[in-house]
Design a protein around this ligand. Structure first.
Ligand code: FES
Ligand code: FES
Length: 169
């Protein structure tokens, strides 16, 4: 049993009760992923598993057996360049204390893929055709599971819009 995290394979913990969040933070030292509510309500622990965003506090590590996990540490390119969304967060003041930021960014990276696939959201008018475009309303709705206690939501949405406008990955 193994899990691939940011391109490196790690053995899964013997204890099946260990959450993916605790595996990342407490056992592997990948502390970029944050512990907030520990009950699925804040989004601070969001990571990307096989391209989809998941709450690592509600995911057992064993559920990620054989899957690819990407955390905030795995987003910059090999040459150390920030992911375009990380750069956009800096340029658009998408953060203040930074605690929610890794979860916001991981969530947004996977959310953009959902938009591009045409997955509908609660505010999508026509579920059959999917979202017409990445409107501000669509972005806000899709990011509503990631809370920011500093109130940086406007900058976060602007950063996502900027990344989408740049057609970045
Ligand atoms: S720590 Fe996982 S949702 Fe809050
Ligand atoms: S930047 Fe402080 S909680 Fe979001």
């Amino acid at each position: 049993m193994a899990i691939v995290i940011n391109g490196t394979a790690y053995p899964l913990p013997d204890d099946p009760r260990v959450s993916l969040l605790d595996l990342l933070r407490e056992r592997l030292g990948l502390t970029g992923t944050k512990l907030g509510c520990n009950q699925g309500g804040c989004g601070a622990c969001t990571v990307i598993v096989d391209g989809a965003r998941v709450l690592s506090c509600l995911t057992l590590a064993v559920q990620a057996d054989g899957r690819e996990v990407r955390t905030i540490e795995g987003l910059p390119s090999d040459d150390g360049q920030l992911h375009p969304l990380q750069q956009a967060f800096i340029e658009h003041d998408g953060l203040q204390c930074g605690y929610c930021t890794p979860g916001q960014i991981c969530s947004a990276v996977a959310m953009v893929d959902e938009l591009r696939r045409g997955d509908p959201s609660y505010v999508t008018a026509d579920l059959a055709t999917g979202p017409e475009s990445a409107t501000r309303q669509e972005i806000r709705e899709r990011m509503s599971g990631n809370l920011c206690r500093c109130g940086a939501h406007n900058g976060i949405v602007e950063a996502i819009e900027a990344m989408l406008a740049g057609a970045a990955p």
